[in-house]
Design a protein around this ligand. Structure first.
Ligand code: RI2
Length: 329
């Protein structure tokens, strides 16, 4: 697999991709709709789809005098699709403003930014999984929450390199992404057991779970983790049993906006995702927050495509890697 990062972790200058690269990509409106409806889900994937949609716009309107206005409006449309995963905001900003030269050829710079974002994101799982495996002994029992493409890559690589790895995957209501996780792990030959969410603590205690492994939607400068609802409870349970919580995250999950005090907005989704409105007992209200915050003290380490970090090391890392430019959305 191509490695678009230099050894020091900095991405190289991106060549402008050939015309037509983004021609088959859904446009900005369709991409925003697919992200909002969760047809496209998973923080890393959301970011890549947004970057490609902006690449298509830059390709189609390269000669438009108001290309910049169109791009900014498209960026805001995509950003509004889902509020919590910072990979979406980073994808938009790194695509629109991440290329080395912005002015000479605005469309070309945006296409290069989109391609670079996607390349780095697609190369991340291999790098993260390699770093993760070094921390997993033979015979380890893992528990994971929701479906994270990066946690999945880590587990599959651990299975490939270590003997007798077994996994518990909780269902993660209301979207049941644990079904995706367990199905994919089983297809990869991993011994995997699906459990209901409320069984997680009991399973960790009684089945000798060694590691909790999750993905990330946003990592803030203080080392805190925003991830799928329920992560906090599982992490608290793990801490009470001295089970380390390891987070698999591409670097795009770090929030430079949190350096200025921006707190990620926890998305609230429709009550119909929790219960059929026709079956809701009279007088009962429903809340459906879909992410929560896990405090830095609960996370053992962040395993990223640019190294392994303790929560206390996140701030310096973000300052170093994400120089926010003036026009960032
Ligand atoms: P990767 C998901 O959110 C889950 O919270 C998951 O842990 C996170 O994105 C990261 O996924 P949702 O889009 O980027 O399912 O590791 O709401 O694939």
């Amino acid at each position: 697999m191509a490695r678009p990062n230099d050894d020091d972790g900095q991405p190289p200058a991106a060549p402008v991709p050939p015309k037509g690269t983004f021609a088959q990509i859904p446009d900005v409106a369709a991409t925003a709709e697919a992200i909002g409806s969760m047809e496209v889900r998973g923080a890393a994937r959301i970011g890549r789809h947004a970057a490609r949609a902006l690449g298509r716009l830059a390709e189609e309107h390269a000669d438009d005098a108001d290309l910049d206005g169109r791009l900014m409006e498209a960026g805001r449309t995509l950003l509004a699709a889902r509020p919590t995963a910072v990979s979406l905001r980073n994808a938009i900003n790194l695509t629109l403003f991440g290329a080395d030269s912005e002015d000479a050829d605005r469309g070309g710079a945006v296409r290069a930014g989109a391609q670079r974002y996607v390349d780095i994101s697609l190369a991340a799982p291999e790098r993260i999984a390699a770093a993760f495996v070094a921390q997993v002994p033979d015979g380890a029992t893992l528990l994971t929450h929701c479906h994270s493409s990066l946690a999945e890559a880590c587990i599959i690589e651990a299975h490939r390199q270590r003997s007798d790895i077994r996994v518990f995957a909780d269902e993660t209501r209301p979207w049941w992404q644990g079904h995706i996780t367990s199905g994919r792990l089983a297809a990869a030959g991993v011994e995997v057991t699906l459990i209901v969410d409320s069984a997680a603590h009991h399973i960790m205690e009684t089945k000798g779970v060694d590691l909790l492994v999750t993905g990330a939607d946003t990592i803030t400068a203080d080392g805190g983790l925003y991830n799928k609802i329920g992560t906090r409870a599982v992490s608290l349970g793990a801490q009470s049993l001295d089970i380390p919580h390891i987070v698999a995250a591409e670097t795009h999950k770090f929030s430079p906006y949190s350096l200025k005090g921006d707190v990620p907005q926890v998305e609230q989704r429709d009550a119909s995702e929790v219960i059929d409105p026709g079956r809701l007992p009279k007088g009962v209200k429903v809340e459906n927050p879909v992410f929560d915050r896990t405090a830095p003290g609960l996370v053992e380490r962040y395993v990223t495509d640019q190294g392994v970090l303790a929560p206390s090391e996140v701030r310096a890392f973000v300052v170093d890697r994400f120089p926010i430019k003036e026009r960032w959305i």
